[in-house]
Design a protein around this ligand. Structure first.
Ligand SMILES: [Zn+2]
Ligand SMILES: [Zn+2]
Length: 179
């Protein structure tokens, strides 16, 4: 059975949520819906005040205990995991993922705000974390959405699409999921 994908906002505008729902629907042959969201207080509990970042690896475990598969949680904040300065997102295979928006915004890098750029990056990271949630690992194909991104330049360099090999793996696990 194909998983129902729910976009679950924490502190993200409903316009952004609706856009992402639409973009994912155009890629996936399954139900994609906007969820009821997650309360900010749940997330704040994992906020590291010294770093000004959310501890993503602990938060994902907490949310996985509370939310049924297969959510994409959107949080407008910066995050990290032990051993990394920051992460754009995190996933738990078989469950879902979280995307952190702070570093997807052009203004984070001193550029003028652009919703188009933010949404493009958000789609890539949402599909990337969904790919992990569905069982895919990182891929070395340059434009593949499953390529690991360690900087915003690497996010911008890849596409929001799966390469042929990743699409084939997804098809074996979830026949008919990709449009
Ligand atoms: Zn990844
Ligand atoms: Zn790939």
């Amino acid at each position: 059975m194909l998983p129902i994908v729910r976009v679950e906002p924490v502190n993200v505008e409903s316009r952004v949520v609706s856009w992402l729902v639409g973009a994912l629907r155009s890629m996936l042959n399954t139900d994609v819906v906007a969820g009821r969201g997650v309360s900010l207080s749940k997330v704040i509990a994992y906020y590291d005040e010294e770093r000004g970042q959310i501890r993503a690896d602990l938060l994902v475990e907490e949310l996985a205990r509370e939310l049924a598969p297969m959510p994409v949680v959107l949080i407008d904040a910066d995050a990290y995991v032990e051993g990394l300065n920051f992460v754009f997102g995190i996933a738990k295979p078989g469950w879902g993922g979280i995307v952190f928006l702070a570093r997807l915004r052009p203004e984070y890098y001193g550029h003028p705000p652009s919703e188009r750029v933010l949404l493009e990056r958000l789609l890539k990271e949402a599909v990337h974390e969904l790919g992990h949630a569905l069982g895919l690992e990182h891929c070395r194909t340059p434009r593949c959405v499953m390529r690991f991104s360690n900087s915003i330049l690497e996010v911008d360099a890849k596409s929001h699409l799966f390469c042929a090999a990743c699409a084939h793996k997804l098809h074996l696990m979830y026949p008919g999921l990709l449009r």
